[in-house]
Structures are given as C-alpha cells and as structure tokens.
Design a protein around this ligand. Structure first.
Ligand code: C5P
Length: 218
C-alpha cells in the first residue's frame, strides 16, 4: 500500500496549519505546509528583484529555492524566515503568483517528496485535488470569514506584527476569491473530501473530528 496522506485544504486562516500540525503530532507523521512554499517563492521573488509578472521567471525562482523545515523554523538559504513569510505582503504576493501554472508545476514534485513513511499530513488549497489525489482521507476545512479574520488578527499580533481587522477581512475576501476562481488548481473541495466547519469548534474538537474520520477508515 502507498504511504498514507491526510490532506487538509481550505481558505486562508481556516486553521489548516494548526490542525495539520496537531493531527500529525497525534499520529507521529510528518507535515507539509504547502502554503509556505508559495510564500517562500514570493519572498525570494521580492528579495531577488524577480519580475513578479513574469510567470517563467517566478517558476525558476521556485526551482532554485533552498528550503528546509526544522521544527518551527523555515530556512531559506539557511536563514530562518518563518516570521517574515507570515507577513501580509508576502501572503498577498504568494496568492498572486499561485495562479501561475509554471510555478505550480515547479512545486509539484517538491511537495510529493514529503510523502515519507509512516505518513504525511499536507495542508494547502489543492492537496486533495492535485498533489495527492489518491490520499485516503481528504478534509476540506472551512470557517466563516469573520472568524478567520479574527484568528489571523490575533495570530499576527501575537507574533508582534501590526494588524487591522477591517483590512484583513478585505484582503482575505480578495485572496479567497482569487484562490477560488483561478484556472489552475482552484481552491475546491475534492469530490471525496469531508467538509468540516470549524467556526464554532475549538482546536481540540476539530483535531478530534479529523482523527475520528481517520480511525473510522480502519
Ligand atoms: O496557506 P497560506 O495562506 O500560507 O498560502 C499562501 C497562498 O499560497 C494562498 O493564498 C494560496 O494562493 C497559495 N497556495 C496555493 N496552493 C497551496 C497552498 C497555498 O495556491 N497548496
């Protein structure tokens, strides 16, 4: 049998990252934060002065990325950029370039390489639809936009960044709209995905919903 993968897709700030880490921890599996790869590409594009409108140049920047995930650290060419890539400007550029087919292609094999024994929890937008279509469990994690904006606001402030709820709401709506309507790998629940609405659930409750789905698969 192939190495198992649990995919967790959903809109911005639906709690995918937190839930993915907690589920992976419970199962003793690795985790892939695929959004970080788009964010890292966006950061590299900014830092290297790559033309962000040139789809091929952006894809080449992604191919050159020297990335390592070590615990909480995200190393880009050996420098920890975990905080930097969470900035809204990086997130917005990530969302823009994520529409580029050559970039998505360039990141495909890099993402699949994370599928190692005993298992992987992968979070993003197209984990269940494009990257791991054979995953035995696919979760589509949603939450209403206000709950998501409030979470993101809190998260940014905790990390010492300034945050404005109204602007976050606007950015979030715009980003979701772009992720949903793009031609390449749009944000979409896989036909065989289980949709989980976390608006009124705690982190623990959401993690348990996912783990229950997994154990019910036997
Ligand atoms: O999940 P996160 O907010 O970190 O992702 C940043 C951006 O990267 C998203 O807005 C989305 O446009 C893009 N993305 C994607 N496919 C993924 C993960 C992220 O297009 N699998």
């Amino acid at each position: 049998a192939r190495i198992p993968v649990i995919t967790i897709d959903g809109p911005t700030a639906s709690g995918k990252g937190t839930i993915a880490h907690r589920v992976a921890q419970a199962l003793g599996w690795a985790v892939l934060d695929s959004g970080a790869l788009y964010r890292l590409t966006a950061l590299a594009v900014q830092q290297q002065g790559v033309d962000e409108d040139d789809e091929n140049a952006v894809a080449q920047a992604a191919q050159r990325l020297d990335v390592a995930f070590q615990g909480e650290q995200v190393l880009l060419s050996g420098i920890d950029v975990a905080g930097l890539i969470r900035q809204e400007s990086v997130g917005n550029l990530a969302s823009k370039i994520a529409a580029y087919a050559p970039l998505r292609q360039a990141l495909l094999e890099r993402q699949r390489a994370f599928r190692l024994a005993p298992g992987l929890v992968a979070d993003g937008r197209d984990m269940g639809t494009v990257v791991f279509p054979d995953a035995p469990l696919k979760i589509f994690l949603v939450a209403d936009v206000r709950a998501r904006a409030e979470r993101r606001c809190k998260q940014l402030k905790e990390k010492g960044f300034s945050a404005n709820l109204t602007r976050l709401l606007e950015d979030m709506r715009e980003r979701d709209e772009r992720d949903r309507t793009r031609a390449n790998a749009p944000l979409l629940a896989a036909a065989d995905a289980k949709t989980v609405d976390s608006s009124a659930l705690s982190i623990d409750e959401t993690v348990n919903v996912v783990l229950d789905f997994w154990s019910s698969l036997g």
